[in-house]
Design a protein around this ligand. Structure first.
Ligand code: SAH
Length: 450
């Protein structure tokens, strides 16, 4: 077999990136855009020793689970890897993904898996949009999403995962840039001003935040943009964020409010949260409430426990659980998020929660090196790379009764659960929650008992 060879492939499985997988003449092939159940004509793009990559030339016989994507750009855009798959099958795929990782990476043989929680309406769920700004071949300013695994912008102001007001805001921003001659950033030259537009929307409060990420310290003619944006109902905050670095990191360290307040508010359960542009906040507010209720259920609190919420962001889980525990410590490394968390506690008149700024793997062990007693329940909600080894070690040493692991990456979840289980814990319950419908991403909550 060699590059450009063509053949018919039966797609029997799907990989972690949503790509179709099939076997041909003893070799495994990965085919982007092919779905499980498809019979597909494919062309080899790259060969390795035992496997290869191929591109989809034609679907000869479509999978019975294929559906018509609602977005015209779903195939070239890197965002929705699963839009052509029925939602029911997306959920099955994700549950299988979590189970496979627990089995293969975590070494678990018996998995106490509970059925994945799907979303009633799996579109328009994102409360945050972060779009690159660029210039097309004809010199027009464009915004949209990067094509899969590239930085080519596919123009689209109306993403099917976002809220409708995004389009109105993007039309205003682009119109303003064109009229006032404000340039888009070009990452190949490092020239140009506007890099990204960040929009946040509070589903419960209907408050809107717009932040322009600039390759420079000032936005010329800002007054004009402010005048147009503030005509939108719900507009609460217009800011700029300065990022003059050449890299891929979107946000810089300096944020300046141009108009209104520096944050918007939203509500999860009965708690109101203040969210600033740089703070982490779950992107799917509907499923987040489901996720937190599940975490609360797994934590099984009686009212007197000492609980740690590690990787706490703006304190959402801590505050959500505050009525059910005795004392809660939240730990978060981003100073702005900790500030938001503290204010959120105050504004909700919650007094049994303390927020500490720093790395979870440093703060938590240091606390128990200085204090007697031990935690009853530890909740961790780390970023995709999972928990630091030092933190897992500290959990094993301090030996809380229960550990609730909220994860956005099943592979690192499986790795960390294996370490905790080798150290004396048992995996009691696990349940995926679909917070990222149409994409390959999935949240999972796991309960470990000592
Ligand atoms: N539990 C929160 C946030 C989860 S996202 C929520 O549900 O909204 C993970 C958070 O961990 C981010 O806010 C990130 O800034 C923070 N973080 C990343 N590495 C960390 C570390 N080593 N120690 C503490 N916080 C960290």
């Amino acid at each position: 077999m060699k590059k450009n060879d063509e053949f018919i492939l039966n797609i029997e499985d799907m990989g972690v990136n949503g790509e179709g997988i099939g076997r041909y003449e003893g070799m495994t092939f990965f085919v982007k855009d092919a779905l499980i159940g498809d019979l597909a004509r494919v062309g080899v793009t790259k060969m390795k020793k035992t496997y290869g990559y191929a591109r989809l030339i034609e679907v000869v016989e479509p999978s019975p689970d294929r559906v018509e994507p609602i977005c015209a750009f779903s195939r070239p855009c890197g965002g929705c890897q699963l839009q052509a798959l029925s939602y029911e099958k997306q959920l099955e795929f994700k549950q299988r993904l979590v189970a496979n990782d627990l089995r293969r990476i975590g070494g678990f043989t018996e998995i106490p898996m509970e059925p994945i929680v799907g979303m009633h309406d799996p579109f328009h769920y994102r409360n945050k949009a972060q779009l690159p700004i660029g210039t097309d071949r004809d010199g027009h300013i464009v915004t949209g999403f990067y094509a899969g695994r590239s930085h080519r912008i596919i123009p689209n102001r109306d993403c099917a995962l976002g809220v409708p007001v995004n389009k109105t805001i993007l039309d205003i921003v682009i119109g303003f840039m064109e009229r006032c001659g404000i340039s888009a950033y070009d990452e190949t030259t490092g020239q140009g001003l506007v890099r990204h537009v960040l929009i946040r929307y509070g589903f419960r409060t209907e408050e809107i935040m717009v932040c322009l990420i600039l390759n420079g310290a000032d936005l010329p003619c800002a007054g004009e943009l402010i005048r147009e944006l503030t005509a939108l109902p719900g507009m609460m905050s217009i800011s700029i964020n300065v990022n003059t670095d050449r890299g891929n990191v979107i946000l810089g360290t300096e944020t300046r409010v141009l108009w209104g307040q520096g944050y918007i508010s939203d509500q999860i359960g009965d708690i109101r949260f203040r969210i600033s542009p740089v703070s982490f906040y779950q992107v799917n507010p509907v499923q987040t409430e489901v996720l937190y209720r599940l975490a609360a259920d797994y934590a099984d609190l009686g009212g007197a426990e000492t609980l740690w919420d590690l990787y706490c962001g703006i304190g959402t889980i801590s505050l959500f659980l505050s009525g059910e525990a005795g004392h809660i410590y939240g730990v978060e490394e981003i100073p702005q998020a900790v500030e938001d968390a503290k204010r959120n506690a105050e504004e909700n008149q919650i007094t049994n929660v303390e927020f500490i700024e720093g790395k979870a793997e440093e703060i938590f062990p240091a606390f128990y090196a200085e204090h007697t007693g031990r935690p009853d329940v530890v909740v961790v909600d780390p970023p995709r790379k999972g928990c630091d080894g030092k933190l897992l070690h500290a959990i094993l040493t301090t030996a809380p009764e229960r550990v609730v692991y909220v994860s956005c990456d099943p592979a690192t979840l499986a790795r960390d659960l294996q370490i905790l289980c080798a150290g004396g814990y048992r995996l009691k319950r696990v349940r995926p929650v679909d917070n990222f419908c149409q994409t390959v991403h999935v949240e999972t909550v796991a309960l470990l008992c000592r």
